[in-house]
Design a protein around this ligand. Structure first.
Ligand SMILES: Nc1ncnc2c1ncn2[C@@H]1O[C@H](COP(=O)(O)OP(=O)(O)OP(=O)(O)O)[C@@H](O)[C@H]1O
Ligand SMILES: [Mg+2]
Length: 254
């Protein structure tokens, strides 16, 4: 018998165990075990208020769990801020939109991590060059690094957020409802970005209410309901219909 952690696919990149979270008297997470493996796309689904955003906010340092543990690359970690999460390589695109609309594309990509010149000024030229190269690399041809985020389409904005993740070599990208406000064409672009992340060996957690969006992209699905994990299934073992049924069914306790 060996206790080694097995093959690449079996190893976890991020693993959460027994996670509980209370908001006053509301228990948003009831002992959740959740993991993401290297290069894996996990679809995190469930009805409104199921606990999806809360779970990923614990992983990305936005909320502290009341109980439970987090492991990253098999090591126990303390994630107490979004900076802690970013240092580990976890990039999150929040439901509430993480980009600053009145700042330029290039400022948004480098937000919080501006390359400094010796006197402490930001090196705008290298930020601009880096931004445009990174955007081109995912097939987004934007006019200028100085364009304001507010002037971009929804799909282009998501692209900028994803470029930020790619550029800073994230290991795990978390997308909370990235396609919700998008046109059909824009949503397709975001789904293409997700495929690209996977090709680059980056793991993705994709939260959405649209099973038709998540089903083709994901390798595995985790269904939450009222703060509990209802199901954790590989794509080959499930279907859109079955997932839809699990989402509307309240958790059973027998
Ligand atoms: N900051 C907060 N303060 C108080 N209660 C909260 C807070 N955030 C979430 N909750 C509650 O925790 C529960 C889970 O919410 P959460 O936002 O995680 O759900 P969700 O699955 O992301 O839902 P949706 O699909 O609507 O985004 C809900 O009952 C919600 O009202
Ligand atoms: Mg949510």
């Amino acid at each position: 018998m060996t206790s080694s952690s097995g093959s690449e696919e079996e190893r976890s990149l991020a693993r959460m165990t027994g996670v509980e979270k209370w908001f006053g008297k509301v228990q948003a997470l009831k002992g959740i075990d959740f993991e993401v493996r290297p290069s894996e796309v996990v679809g995190l689904v469930g009805d409104n208020g199921a606990g999806k955003s809360t779970l990923i906010k614990v992983l990305s340092g936005y909320h502290l769990a009341d109980k439970g543990e987090i492991y990253f690359e098999e090591k126990r970690v303390n994630i107490t801020s979004s900076l802690d999460a970013r240092k580990l390589g976890i990039e999150t695109v929040y439901q509430e939109q993480a980009l600053a609309p009145n700042m330029s594309i290039s400022r948004n990509i480098f937000m919080g991590r501006e390359p400094a010149k010796p006197l402490g000024f930001m090196d705008k030229k290298s930020m601009d060059r880096g931004s445009m190269e990174a955007l081109e690399s995912i097939g987004l041809h934007l006019r200028s690094p100085d364009a304001l985020i507010a002037t971009l389409s929804g799909g282009e904005r998501q692209g900028v957020a994803i470029v930020r993740a790619l550029h800073f070599k994230a290991k795990l990208v978390i997308l909370d409802e990235p396609t919700i406000a998008l046109s059909v064409k824009e949503a397709r672009e975001v789904l293409d970005f997700i495929k690209q992340l996977k090709r680059e060996g980056i793991s993705v957690i994709f939260i959405t209410h649209n099973l038709y969006h998540v089903f083709p992209s994901a390798d595995r699905f985790v269904v939450l309901g009222l703060g509990e994990k209802i199901a954790d299934v590989e794509k080959k073992d499930t279907s859109i219909d079955e997932l839809a049924e699990l989402i509307v069914k309240p958790p059973s306790h027998d």
